[in-house]
Design a protein around this ligand. Structure first.
Ligand code: WTA
Length: 656
């Protein structure tokens, strides 16, 4: 560990004093409670944090492991828990969401208003033929309507699947087809960074690609008001669908295991997997972690900057904060528009107290602040802040220190939260009033989560030794299955190597020899993390080779990048002679555009390198380790004696 790594930040006494989990003794007591009676612990919390229409009698059912069931005979409704119960508790006039549009306009909704909006939307969905168990795809930007759409699905027992607005028509099509959805909720456009970008037109394109014949209706929210094509009989303006709908909709009480949502994420094969989450266990962990990890209080103004298209937006925008009756910010725009002081200005304007963002955003804002004082956090009043959070990728100690000092004024604990789409909520994270912090470490498991570092045989390795991150016991918000592919679920997460007994996260980790603190060392599979977005290398490779007129063969690896964490580096063999100079640049652009169409702009490689062929072993396997060295412009130290054509290493040296 470097100097800076080993620095310890103990929580200030005033933070400890008022915290929900106050001091390490309180943390240890919760850990001990879970160890002594695992089901008793989760059962207690499930009764405290979730309102059940029908109480559960069994906490955990492991009879069909690894398809675990939690609180299975209990019934509840997620939207009731997030909305009605807050209104019933007297919070009807409390602000639920402060929405700030890209251009800066602010709209606020109270719990009562959000409940009414959700109910009308739920009734509109019913009127369009959506029933319990149906899937609804949501392809919309950050908005109150986006949150209400998710809540409305939950209200009637429809399973939502939100697709990030940056995905292309092809990606959207694949997801629509896989879910078998019958309705899509979208908007005419999205507005980001002062630019109007299409949404409805991309839905049209996705549906025209075929395979989505189950789609009956497309509900279109008006955002830009600009002209869009509407297909008669299929497309309905949201305003028309809402007209005349009642402002109350009886919640559909669903079983705890009822699928609340599907969310697609990248794995190590070409096809993204539909991660299926439950209602009861998921909602419990969403509410519980929001409360303990962010030490959330009733008067907080919480801001999670993630998009609802990712799991962070699900758990820490749509479900967690609302289940607790909190006030939260929903932001439509980007951190750099109109300038890179946007986040700091919004924290100042809305007196944000808890701020949760991604290392990539911090790193890019550091760069901007260093060259322009006006967008430096010190030019804003950030004194309202009390807790900071980080998510999505490892936060390097230098960025951590800057965040701590310049954003948090040296007084706000930073919770570096490790978790995944599959885990539903935080797994390894500090608790602000308990855990002494170490920059770059996500510290210790959330109370009740049994994380460990093991070797290839599943045996725990000693502290100080790197290994594979696993979770030893099931937990309430865990992935239930991969939609439509239970075998793949078992293989990916409960592999035979560990006798089907351990949850495999897909990350490597090391525990500090003295403290036992966890540091995540990165993915151990073929998944990249670019700006906190998960990308499968195989997915990008398939997109490249689908450009059949140009590409013969392609391999994709990651390399470290100062701002985005990792950068995508593609090695391409063309069907024509290897290009150079301007021709190579032009073809590289063509390939990037192709990938943007196939997956989305987030998957565009930063580097493209051309070779007459790819470095392979005699048995024909691509030498990926060698490609990783080339991508980093590192001297190749691997044995290259088996290379068919050592000259290609030189060819691959040039990135376009
Ligand atoms: C990575 C995002 C280090 C990790 C919530 C994980 C992290 C993947 C952290 C999941 C963190 C997430 N420190 N790495 N605090 N948080 N990761 O599914 O590789 O989009 O497996 O979920 O992000 O990404 P996903």
């Amino acid at each position: 560990m470097s100097e800076v790594d080993s620095k310890l930040y103990a929580p200030a006494p005033e933070v400890v004093q008022n915290a929900h989990v106050s001091g390490m003794e309180a943390y240890q007591a919760l850990v001990a409670e879970a160890e002594a009676d695992y089901e008793g612990y989760w059962g207690r919390l499930a009764r405290e944090f979730v309102s059940w229409q029908q109480p559960f009698t069994q906490v955990l059912d492991s009879s069909n492991a690894p398809f675990f069931k939690w609180f299975a005979d209990g019934k509840l409704n997620a939207s009731y828990n997030c909305l009605d119960r807050n209104v019933e508790a007297g919070k009807g006039d409390k602000t639920a969401i402060i929405f700030e549009a890209d251009g800066g306009e602010v709209t606020k909704v109270t719990y009562k208003e959000l409940l009414e909006r959700t109910c009308r939307l739920a009734n509109a969905l019913k009127a369009q033929g959506v029933k319990k168990g149906d899937r609804v795809v949501i392809y919309i930007a950050m908005s109150i309507d986006g949150v209400a759409a998710m809540q409305a699905c939950a209200r009637i027992g429809a399973t939502h699947s939100v697709v990030f607005g940056g995905f292309s028509a092809q990606s959207l099509r694949d997801r629509i087809e896989d879910t078998g959805a019958k309705l899509i909720i979208t908007a005419d456009h999205q507005v980001r960074g002062g630019k109007q970008l299409p949404l409805k037109a991309i839905v049209d394109e996705a549906l025209a690609l075929g395979g989505c014949e189950k789609i009956e209706k497309v509900l279109v929210v008006k955002r830009s008001g600009a002209d869009v094509a509407m297909t008669a009989g299929r497309d309905v303006w949201m305003d028309d669908a809402l007209a005349g709908q009642d402002s109350f909709c009886e919640p559909e009480w669903v079983e705890a295991e009822h699928p609340l949502f599907l969310l697609y994420t990248s794995g190590s094969t070409g096809k993204p997997k539909g991660v299926q989450h439950s209602t009861g266990g998921y909602l419990l962990h969403a509410a519980l972690t929001t409360k303990w990890t962010f030490d959330l209080k009733d008067n907080d103004v919480f801001w999670c900057t993630a998009d609802i298209g990712w799991v962070t937006g699900h758990t820490y925008i749509t479900y967690g904060p609302l289940a607790l009756g909190a006030t939260e910010i929903v932001f439509e725009g980007v951190p750099t528009y109109p300038d890179a002081g946007r986040f700091w200005k919004m924290i100042q304007d809305h007196k944000v107290t808890v701020f949760y963002t991604a290392p990539t955003a911090i790193r890019s804002l550091i760069k901007a602040a260093e060259s322009n004082e006006a967008v430096h956090p010190k030019s804003y009043d950030l004194s309202s802040l009390r807790i900071l959070g980080s998510v999505g990728e490892p936060i390097n100690p230098a960025a951590w220190e800057w965040y701590h000092q310049h954003v948090g004024g040296g007084r706000c604990p930073i919770v570096d939260t490790f978790w995944q789409t599959e885990t539903g909520g935080h797994m390894i994270t500090p608790l602000p009033g308990a855990t002494p912090l170490v920059p770059g470490s996500c510290t210790l498991p959330f109370p009740g989560i049994q994380a460990a570092v093991v070797d290839e045989t599943g045996k725990e390795v000693p502290w100080g030794q790197g290994g594979i991150l696993v979770v030893k016991k099931p937990w309430p918000s865990m992935i239930r299955t991969i939609w439509g592919d239970p075998e793949r679920f078992k293989k990916s997460y409960y592999p035979e190597d560990f006798k089907g007994q351990l949850y495999l996260a897909g990350d490597g980790a090391i525990r500090d020899a003295k403290t036992g603190y966890f540091t995540i060392t990165g993915r151990i599979d073929d998944v990249l993390n670019v700006s906190g977005h998960r990308m499968g290398t195989m997915e990008i490779e398939s997109a490249l080779v689908s450009c059949t007129e140009l590409v013969a063969e392609a391999a994709v690896v990651g390399r470290p990048d100062e701002t985005t964490g990792e950068a995508i580096c593609a090695f391409v063999v063309l069907k024509r002679p290897r290009p150079s100079g301007d021709e190579a640049k032009a073809i590289a652009k063509q390939l990037r555009d192709h990938i943007a169409r196939e997956i989305g702009p987030i998957a565009k490689p930063k580097d493209i390198r051309f070779g007459d062929n790819l470095p392979k072993t005699r048995s024909g396997k691509i030498m990926r380790r060698l490609l990783r060295s080339v991508a980093k412009n590192e001297a190749v130290t691997q044995d290259t004696s088996t290379l068919e054509n050592p000259a290609i290493l030189e060819q691959l040296g040039q990135a376009y």
